[in-house]
Write a protein that binds this ligand. Structure first.
Ligand code: GLA
Length: 343
């Protein structure tokens, strides 16, 4: 139990998704991993407000515990803090400082990491009567909805909470069951930050609506098979559904390929996944397509794809060790443990 007034530190990692994009909000399959870049929030509990200064963002966030409208909070990064307070209704405030090694707005779940760090720092999770991993993640997902208006799925928050060192997480986003999949030690996972992006006001919400339209015709996409989608009347909705159904299968296949360390199959699945997101789901950009093509042509690189929500953000590549020269925007990530709190 944390004594009142003592220092608390909460650390929550970002994530990269190896495969299974735009499947979580229909209860499909995803295969992300928490990464060795994290958000760290240190301070003391107490008072009637949550006050947080940031090493990386402008302004000081000061949110009362009875906040009514998280989406109106300024500075805008404070909306994620406010969303957690509005959903979790902690009984004590917090005074502290946040810093992060996750590039902000790069599609590596900087906002989910902030939400999870805030929730843990406020004492909403953990062993002392707090929420379990799934409930804490769901709370942070609802916080994101309230903060940003983006109807995201649960992948980012659950990965930040439940990450496992050296493993990707095969998550069934309907049951929320998690099966760890070991990443071979001598396989590099490299992230290339191509362009800033925001999912607020993007076509993300349209994609969620298109999937709902598909489900009204053929039932849950998570239970559909490739033969079910050609009958969908609207051609756009048909293509969206075809992506989701094929992507769920690629997640299953990737879990098998990783476990067998079958690098040819891993690379193939990444490239097929990218093509599906670019052509059927239309969440890629010309810059991301070019980055994938560039990486895929490099010796020792098995495959690459855009990762996350898209419309900018990052590309992920799987390669033999040292094949991709690191740079300021391109670096190796390691599969890391999930969020934790000390103090
Ligand atoms: C964003 C969302 C996630 C997920 C991905 C796409 O990261 O926050 O819930 O939908 O996009 O896979």
């Amino acid at each position: 139990m944390t004594a009142p007034g003592s220092t608390v530190t909460a650390i929550a990692p970002g994530r990269v998704n190896l495969i299974g994009d735009h499947t979580d909000y229909t209860g499909g399959l995803v295969l992300p991993m928490a990464i060795d870049r994290a958000t760290r929030l240190t301070g003391r509990r107490g008072g009637t407000h949550v006050c947080i200064a940031s090493d990386d963002e402008e302004g000081i966030v000061e949110v009362p515990l009875d906040i009514a409208d998280p989406a109106a909070v300024e500075p805008s990064w404070g909306r994620y803090v406010a969303g957690v307070i509005a959903e979790g209704r902690p009984t004590a405030g917090f005074d502290g400082r946040v810093s992060t090694t996750i590039p902000i707005g790069a599609g590596l779940s900087s906002s989910a990491a902030l939400e999870v760090a805030v929730a843990l720092a406020l004492g909403l999770g953990g062993d002392n009567g707090g929420l379990d991993a799934r409930s804490l993640s769901a709370l942070c997902q609802r916080a994101e909805h309230r903060a940003s208006g983006v109807p995201c799925g649960i992948m980012d928050q659950l990965t930040s909470v439940a990450g496992i060192d050296g493993h990707a997480l095969l998550i069934d986003c309907h049951s929320l069951d998690i099966n760890p999949v070991r990443i071979p030690d001598d396989l590099d996972i490299v992230v290339w930050f191509v362009a800033h992006r925001t999912l607020a006001g993007s076509a993300y919400a349209d994609r969620v609506a298109e999937c709902a339209a598909a489900e009204r015709e053929i039932g849950p996409l998570r239970a559909a098979s490739a033969g079910d989608t050609p009958g969908i009347a609207d051609p756009v909705v048909r293509r969206r559904a075809a992506h989701v159904v094929s992507e769920n299968q690629r997640v299953r296949d990737m879990a098998v390929a990783l476990a067998a360390d079958d690098r040819r199959a891993i690379g193939q699945l990444l490239l097929e996944g990218h093509r599906s997101l670019a052509e059927q789901y239309e969440t890629s950009t010309p810059e991301m397509d070019a980055a994938v093509e560039h990486l895929a042509a490099m010796p020792g690189v098995h495959g690459a794809r855009m990762t996350g929500g898209g419309f900018g953000g990052c590309v992920v590549a799987v390669a033999d060790p040292g094949s991709i020269e690191p740079s300021a925007t391109r670096w190796r990530v390691r599969a890391s443990a999930g969020a934790r709190v000390t103090g």
